[in-house]
Ligand binder design. Structure first.
Ligand code: NAD
Length: 291
């Protein structure tokens, strides 16, 4: 990669960023297509988010990804948000269109593409249990409802955040899908668990080897699909699913697919998906298709 006077700049705003795979994915894709772009990490603390957002314009950047803890907080600093980002109330990609900052969200579509293409699982008409109510859970629950799931059970450690998510979804989707909010302490006693078709872990639990397994998979009906958004390692949740012969998938595919959409927003070129996957797997020290 050669950086010169005309190199276009994209990057990621977050805090911390030490383990971010995004620079590896995007820079590998720019090299693959011979594009004069570079993707840089920007460690932005919450107190500096307004300055950082203004810098996208003043430094004439093409755009940025936005990650923890800024996905909701960036919205007031943008000029517009796409219907997708408004539906989710969260932004993971910003594009600078002639000095106007547009907020997009590619996480949800990244999840759906991964679930359908890699998981061969169509969520339409399915009963879903979702663990988490943060940024990932927001994106995933919105797209699942839009895809026509039959029902949604939300469980979150902090009840208030779970309520906020359920309220947000009911406001956006009205009566499109019945939504139950189950207290965290009751998650393994709730009868509805015995009827689900898809379980999604959208919490950060599983990122570390010492993390607890948050759900009793023996309650799931045979064939329940288990999706874990965690992508940095093979989680205990996925191992427990495999032990019970349940179909399952880790979050690397979601990460790659959301990156593909961001790349295409910034460059207007078709992203080299396979190259991006290889870059992510190399960085994680995995063999091919290691999730
Ligand atoms: P967030 O901080 O907005 O939300 C974190 C969620 O995890 C909350 O619901 C919180 O209640 C829950 N949680 C944290 N610790 C917990 C514990 N010990 N017990 C129970 N619940 C706990 O973060 P986020 O942006 O929603 O990200 C969540 C996870 O999703 C992270 O691991 C992140 O890396 C991953 N993620 C993956 C992708 C992908 O493309 N695969 C995209 C976005 C996020």
């Amino acid at each position: 990669m050669k950086i010169g006077g005309k190199t276009k700049i994209v990057g990621i705003f977050g805090y911390p960023l030490a383990h971010s795979l995004s620079p590896h994915l995007h820079n590998a894709a720019f090299v693959e297509l011979g594009l004069d772009f570079v993707y840089l990490p920007f460690w932005v603390e919450s107190k500096n988010l307004d300055l950082a957002a203004r810098a996208i314009k003043s430094l004439n950047m093409v755009g940025v990804n936005v990650t923890i803890p800024h996905k909701k907080e960036i919205i007031p600093y943008l000029d517009e948000a796409t219907p997708e980002a408004r539906m989710m109330g969260a932004v993971n990609t910003v594009s600078n269109r002639k000095g106007r900052l547009i907020g997009h969200n590619t996480d949800g579509q990244g999840f759906i593409d991964s679930l359908k293409e890699e998981g061969k699982f169509d969520p339409r008409g399915k009963r879903v249990m979702l663990l988490g109510a943060g940024g990932a859970a927001r994106a995933i629950s919105s797209v699942l409802i839009r895809e026509g799931i039959a029902s949604l059970i939300i469980v979150n450690r902090t009840q208030r955040r779970g309520e906020e998510l359920a309220h947000h979804l009911k406001r956006i989707f009205k009566n499109m899908c019945p939504i139950d909010l189950v207290e965290f302490s009751k998650r393994n006693f709730y009868g509805g668990v015995r009827e689900i078709n898809l379980f999604v872990n959208a919490t950060s639990v599983g990122m570390h080897a010492e993390d607890d397994l948050l759900i009793n998979l023996d309650l799931f009906p045979p064939g329940t699909f288990v999706y874990d958004v965690v992508y940095n390692r093979r989680t205990e949740l996925l191992e427990a699913a495999e032990e019970r012969d349940l179909p399952c998938l880790g979050g690397l595919g979601m990460l790659i697919h959301q990156a593909v959409f961001s790349f295409e927003i910034w460059t207007h070129r078709k992203a080299p998906l396979q190259k991006m996957r290889e870059a992510a797997e190399k960085e994680l020290g995995m063999g091919k298709r290691g999730t």
